[in-house]
Design a protein around this ligand. Structure first.
Ligand code: AHR
Length: 535
């Protein structure tokens, strides 16, 4: 196998080496070949760049240390925001960041997070370990952070534990250009021009940590918030307006979740002039068992295959809720925002269990690619998604330890997928085959294609099978192919991770592909994610 990988990297397919007999799982290591055709003539929906959103909650070291170190920190920072994390996130072209929670959002009081740093109240964060919350990172710091990484705000407002007036004043404070008392207060706090708030989440998991509401009770709150929490930014009054996102379901076809979606969507269809929404959220984590027995490191093929099978449930969950939405909204005006997703494993040994710290392996990279592909295939309805969470929490892009920082395998997938942001979905035809381990059977290959604004076609291929490489032949219908270039992400084992000491164990390497006539030929390594352009 090592010989084959080396040969493939050099762009030479040495078939003779592959006919040596069955591999360690009993699969014949024959040079399997898959033909894939990209249909460039049938462009589908735009793959909204907001599918690549991030989520940063006041949880563990996700914000404090992960983003905010304070202006007096020895860690290099700009106005308190760490420079290394900003540089890494800029490369991802993060479209939006959802903040400040999660469960924390329904206990957050925005007023405590504005004004002079030394006068901000220290409070508790009961949702996440009862630790103290300094309020040092508030609305101004959040907007500064977004400015530094070139992203937009997805604010979640507190619906669970305050009155609507708190959220409406928060929005006036942030967005008005008029010299109102709140507008002047913002200016006195250093921001004369109004802030732009691109997305507004009206509550978070209101069926659980957001207040254990029934769908009907939440709906009554939603109507009030939708009516009174206004965005006053002069540049956001028409097509560029703030998108209001209602709390949606937390699962698939169980009645609890289908009824929730049905309640909100039916009410939306019958709405009066005085309230409206633009999106419905969906939360779904890849979890095999909540009993914390599955770890993010030190696992084998059995857990690899089980988690990838679990993550593919996203397809059916989106399908279920899209179908309900179609009933009331056939024109797909309301977007589905999968604004919490990702793998949720046992907390790392020695970490505070309330901080949700986990490592991030090659398995997570494959898992991320599979989810992004699912979102893109539903791009006509799914127009936003936020992986949980950006730094140091759950399936993170970045891990930090004081001054040290490391990029995770999931980060690399998000970086490789940047060209898909706002590209037009293109259908692909191929035989995915199967990969089986123990009692788990999965498609062996997943694929996504899209055309960007410059006309370049991009293809993403995931080889789920951790044992068998695949020879691929790719053709783009109606297009002559001159060149193909890209990257592959893989590693020696499914549980390979990047650490502060060994940060490039899982890192992309250049892809070796050949153009033969109207086709691109390449070999997909086992357990790998590959993205390449076709010109
Ligand atoms: O991402 C961690 C938590 O998971 C969020 O706070 C909550 O919304 C969800 O249950």
């Amino acid at each position: 196998m090592a010989q084959r990988r080396a040969a493939t990297m050099a762009g030479v397919v040495v078939v003779g080496l592959l006919l040596a007999g069955p591999g360690r799982n009993g699969f014949a290591q024959s040079p399997d070949r898959i033909d894939l055709v990209v249909d460039a003539a049938r462009a589908g929906a735009r793959i909204d760049r907001n599918l690549f959103g991030q989520f940063a909650e006041h949880l563990g070291t996700g914000v404090y240390e992960g983003v905010w170190v304070g202006p007096d920190s020895p860690i290099p920072n700009t106005r308190g925001i760490r420079n290394d994390v900003v540089a890494a996130l800029k490369t991802l072209r993060v479209p939006n960041v959802r903040w400040p929670g999660g469960c924390f959002a329904d206990e957050y009081h925005w007023r405590k997070g504005i004004g002079p740093a030394n006068s901000r109240a220290v409070i508790l964060n009961p949702s996440w370990g009862g630790v103290t919350e300094s309020n040092a990172f508030g609305s101004h710091e959040f907007m500064d952070f977004l400015g530094q990484i070139g992203s937009e705000a997805y604010l979640s407002v507190n619906v669970g534990s305050v009155k609507p007036k708190e959220a409406s004043e928060r929005l006036e404070y942030m967005t008005t250009a008029q010299p109102t008392a709140l507008g002047k207060e913002r200016a006195a706090n250093g921001q004369a021009a109004p802030f732009k708030v691109a997305h507004l989440g009206i509550g978070n998991e209101s069926w659980d940590c957001g207040g254990n509401m029934t769908a009907d009770y939440y709906l009554s709150q939603l109507k009030i918030y939708s009516r009174f929490v206004r965005n006053f930014h002069p540049a956001q009054q028409d097509r560029n307006r703030m998108l209001r996102i209602a709390v949606g379901p937390g699962g698939g076809d169980q009645p609890r979740w289908t009824q929730w979606t049905d309640t909100i969507m039916k009410a939306w269809k019958d709405r009066s002039w005085s309230w409206d929404i633009d999106g419905l959220s969906l939360h779904h984590y890849t979890v095999v068992d909540w009993s914390a027995k599955y770890t993010s490191v030190g696992f084998g093929e059995a857990e690899y295959s089980r988690f990838l099978k679990a993550t593919l449930e996203m397809e059916q969950i989106i399908g279920t809720h899209s179908a309900i939405m179609d009933k009331y909204d056939p024109q797909k005006k309301i977007a589905l925002f999968v604004d919490e997703w990702g793998a949720w494993y046992a907390p790392l040994a020695g970490s505070d269990p309330a901080f949700l710290v986990q490592q991030n392996s090659l398995r997570d990279a494959v898992l991320a690619a599979l989810n992004l592909n699912i979102f893109a295939r539903h791009a006509d309805r799914v127009r936003g998604a936020n992986i949980a969470q950006m730094v140091n929490v759950l399936q993170a892009m970045i891990l930090t330890d004081k001054a040290k920082m490391v990029l995770t395998p999931t980060y690399h997938v998000f970086r490789m997928y940047v060209p898909f942001q706002d590209a037009a979905f293109l259908p692909v035809a191929f035989d995915a085959g199967t990969y089986a381990h123990g009692g788990v059977t999965l498609p062996r290959i997943d694929a996504l294609a899209a055309r960007d604004a410059s006309g370049t076609v991009w293809v993403a291929l995931t080889n789920i099978d951790p044992n068998r490489p695949v020879d691929f032949s790719v053709r783009v219908s109606g297009m002559g192919v001159r060149a193909a270039a890209g990257e592959t992400l893989t590693a020696a084992t499914v549980d390979a991770v990047n650490t502060f000491e060994a940060p490039t164990t899982v890192a992309p390497k250049p892809l070796s592909a050949k153009v033969q006539g109207d086709r691109i030929t390449l070999t997909l390594e086992p357990k790998s994610v590959t993205v390449f352009s076709v010109r």
